[in-house]
Design a protein around this ligand. Sequence first.
Ligand code: ADP
Length: 559
Amino acid sequence: MKNILSIRRLLLALGIIGILALTGMNLYSIYALHMSAVTTSVEKNREQLEDLSQWVRVRMRQNSGNLWTLEASELKRIAEYPDQIPAALIQYLNHVSNDQLYDDIYYTLDGDRVCSPESGVMRFDSAVGSFVPAEAVPEQVCRGIGMVSTRMNVLASTYKWTAYMMTDSYFTFNFVFFNPDQAETIAYLSMPINRDYLISGVIGPEIFRRFSNSEESGVLVYLDDWTRGQVLISNAESNQDISRDHDFISRFSGVLEDWNLKMRYIETPEVAASKASLVRNIGVLAVTVFTLIFSLIFLYLAAKRDRELSMRQASFLANVTHELKTPLAVMQAAGENLADGRVTTPERLQSYGQHIFTETMRLRKMIEKLLDVARNEAGQLTLKPALLQPEKLVKEHLAEQQGFLNQNNVQLDLSIEDDVPKIMVDQNSFETILGNLIENAVKYSPEEKYLGIRVYSDTKKVFVEVQDHGTGIPPESQKLIFDKFYRVEETLTARTKGHGLGLSIVKNLTERNGGAISLNSTYGKGSTFTLSFPIAANISFSNLNGQKINEEESKPEYV
Ligand code: ADP
């Protein structure tokens, strides 16, 4: 039996571990799936950002491919013959003149004092298709040339190409023409950038085209001027209040050194959908797991309970058989002796009679209990509720039990409050209930046989308390003693005759009569069982469960 129990426990534990392991694995894969959705979405956006900055770089030097083929001599000649511009250059100049991105085009030969009035800075006049002397050269252009020329000087020893391209911090886009063979700078082609157009006409629309509105796409993309700590344009509703932190940054290397493209994740639709599905999955999984574990535990407990009940029933059968046989054997022997005429003296006759009487009473009590249980289970227990005086009921019952109490030297302590209201109960049930409680109080009090009975009431209920100073009931058994066939496993109980039926009958009858029973017990000190019944005047018709009221009693005032 113990083996079966431990196998069952082991299976329960394995079942629970299995469910938890499966759940853990599932959770892990759902989470991993979610994380991979997040990573994919993040990667995709990163690539898009890189792609955008690359696109801006290409846009700025659009159509400049042929400039690298220009010869040093052709470029130098322009100073002398400003209308004889090499084909590769004129093609580019025409393109730039039509591009809103650049305001003007200046051409300057390298010299000691670049951009001084004598240095002969030229401006491209698109109307005539040639360079003309520039009257006033914007400060922005001169400073820009100064910067790129310095940079070129630094690079000169290692630079191997014929042109160098750079945007200076004054927003002039410069081509430096270079002769790698001589390590000499030849000329500068400088194009002041239309900054506003670059921001609002080029980069801004492209951010929107690629990333749409930040609320829709879940990513914030903005153009950041790090030198001034300023957001220039973004895909948010407004550029104000954008905090400049970012998850990813992309630079416009070589063309717009002062600016960066930055990106911050809010929550992309893919990530939001994946997160919602993660939450949904976890929710469903949690409910399923709890239901499964709960069902497993429930099944385990139900099986355990069934097993205990069947064990108790088996021991009850053995007990009852024994209990039935003992009085029958005593009566049989006494009867035989009497029939044989062996008992002659009046004293012995009386003692035989007493024996037979006592055993018959025991048999009767036991059979009555069994019948009560059987009737109740078959639904045949009929109650006749009547309006009764608790005081009268208790006193009458005690009078009946007087002999039993005296026999056991019971010290009775009776206290009944004045004017306890009437209750609506079945008299037989009440007697059975009280009889069982008193019998137990006496049975389970090995030394001091004290029986305290108190009757009192509050505004709603009448209470009947049965107290003893006996063995008391261990805490773990207190809930179980009202179960059928349950007996506390303790030596006194083992020595005391009983079948574990009394309290189950008591509880059942109390409840059928609209009452309740509670227990307060300290192991080793004693127990108090408290019955409570609703005051009759408070009972509504529906509480009577359709039971018939005893006509002989006066009818209560129902509310
Ligand atoms: P039994 O026929 O065994 O007395 P009951 O249903 O009346 O059956 O009681 C169930 C068990 O509860 C008893 O076996 C006993 O262990 C415990 N019990 C009941 N009443 C008392 C009491 N007054 N004091 C201590 N133990 C009690």
